[in-house]
Design a protein around this ligand. Structure first.
Ligand SMILES: [Zn+2]
Length: 480
């Protein structure tokens, strides 16, 4: 009788240690052997000609969460995690949103109830919208202890944003509790001022979103949050770096020895501001926050991926329907840019696009690709060693990926709840042909086989990556 429930045989495996022709042996949902010519398993999968990769970890996803604009999000956990599986992603980190004036703990409990529909494994960022003493001193430490080891804060949006004093209190509380703070960094008042000036000048088209949110808006806020985090010696993760100037701020913080990290998202690597200028209302399909930038910014982001300043690529999956009065057309097709909800879907497209534009086009190598989409997000968010790598003892979350297959991206291939993809018609080279979670086939190349409820809520313990450095601007340690 075989020791293995499953052997994936003959592919080119990207393991934690090596890249080579290794067979992967799986028992009880866990990788138990990596080697050449493993004995037969009860189930045998032929992977010749395919890459064998760790399942993608998408550390910035929005599912079943209210939009600040009041529009309806197009994906709950059911459809959203189907989309993940169809794109080779086996773990998502979503946002459990506190309502202003309400309890964070109650919000997390309600969100966990919604997440019971998830088809794949998932974890939560604690989205702190109202950092009251009750939340910071009592609820947050208990939630972190219960396994929710990341906090999300916003510096903009009326219903989300925290002022600098609140940010400092939240950074301090997260540091003490042992959670990583993730930030949406944009200068709120500057966006508001520019928006009013643009509307007064009659500049109201979708593309003018980029004029209301120019790079300086993001650069200033990125600099500010990095400075606050530095002063409190609090590790920080900058979400959706969209261009050169905010990436340079992160690079400077890293050069100072700060535990400052950053992600960018698929859309900033392949789309640009010209997409918001498509005819009619089509530009609304590309309205996101931060806004799409210039071609030069796009190229700068690829350079940050190569030199490691940015070491995670997420989707920031924020799905809206396009042709829908509860979606992009909430205020009709003639709405000014500030009345059109922001966000694009992208869970399923993340791996194919980053592989095609990155590895197939020679911008990054295969190892860096795997680091960006799986290994680094798993490590950064306390999901390693179970997630993010092909290694003995890790969960058997595995993607078989055909590096030669050419696919024209369509909305149907995304398996999500939105009625469009911003990548419609884009041809990619390289595509997932099968996705496994804990040794079970969850996507067969055509159909999502995982069912609602199959996914597990992952509890995260303390981990070294986000331990503070112990360095403060002066000899004074305010936490002692
Ligand atoms: Zn987001």
């Amino acid at each position: 009788m075989s020791d293995f429930d499953l052997v994936i045989r003959g592919g080119t495996a990207v393991t934690a240690a090596d890249i080579g022709p290794f067979d992967i042996g799986v028992s009880d949902g866990v990788i138990v052997a990596i080697g050449e010519r493993l004995p037969r398993g009860r189930e045998e999968v032929e992977a010749r000609g395919l890459l064998v990769l760790p399942g993608g970890v998408d550390s910035h996803v929005h599912l079943d969460q209210p939009f600040s604009s009041g529009a309806d999000i197009a994906d709950g956990f059911d459809s959203g995690t189907a989309s993940a599986a169809a794109g080779g992603t086996t773990t998502v980190v979503c946002h459990a949103p506190q309502v202003r004036g309400g309890s964070l703990a109650v919000a997390v409990a309600a969100y966990a109830e919604k997440a019971k529909q998830a088809r794949i494994d998932h974890a939560f960022h604690l989205l702190v919208n109202d950092p009251t003493p009750q939340v910071l001193e009592h609820e947050l430490p208990a939630l972190v202890e219960a396994g929710h080891r990341s906090v999300k804060i916003f510096m903009t949006y009326d219903s989300n944003r925290l002022g600098d004093a609140q940010i400092l209190q939240t950074l301090a509380a997260a540091r003490s509790a042992g959670a990583l703070v993730c930030v949406h960094a944009e200068h709120h008042e500057l966006i508001g001022w520019l928006t009013q000036a643009l509307l007064a000048a009659g500049l109201t088209a979708p593309r003018h979103l980029a004029w209301a949110k120019p790079m300086v808006v993001e650069r200033e806020a990125t600099h500010r949050i990095l400075a606050l985090a530095e002063a409190l010696d609090t590790p920080i993760q900058i979400f959706h770096v969209s261009g050169a100037q905010s990436g340079e701020e992160v690079a400077r913080a890293q050069a100072r020895g700060q535990k400052a990290w950053a992600e960018t998202c698929t859309q900033y690597l392949v789309l640009d501001e010209a997409d918001m200028d498509r005819p009619g209302f089509e530009g609304a399909k590309f309205m996101i926050s931060p806004a799409l930038r210039s071609v030069a910014d796009r190229e700068a982001l690829w350079q940050f991926l190569r030199n490691g300043v940015i070491d995670i690529v997420s989707s920031d999956h924020s799905p809206l329907r396009y042709d829908d009065p509860r979606g992009k057309k909430q205020h009709g097709e003639t709405a000014p840019f500030n009345k059109i909800p922001n966000g694009v879907p992208g869970l399923a497209a993340r791996l194919p696009i980053l592989y095609s534009e990155g590895v197939a086009k020679g911008r990054i190598d295969l190892r860096r690709f795997v680091d960006l989409v799986a290994t680094n997000p798993a490590r950064r968010f306390g999901l390693a060693p179970c997630k993010g790598a092909i290694a003995v003892g890790a969960d058997a979350d595995i993607v078989l990926f055909d590096p030669e297959r050419r696919v024209e991206l369509t909305n149907a291939l995304q398996h999500h709840g939105s009625d469009y993809t911003p990548y419609e018609g884009m041809t990619v080279q390289g595509y997932p042909t099968a996705t496994y979670q804990r040794g079970r086939l969850v996507f067969d190349g055509e159909h999502v086989l995982a069912q609602p409820g199959d996914g597990r809520l992952l509890a995260r313990g303390p981990y070294a990556e986000i331990a503070p450095t112990g360095h403060f601007p002066t000899p004074f340690d305010p936490f002692r």
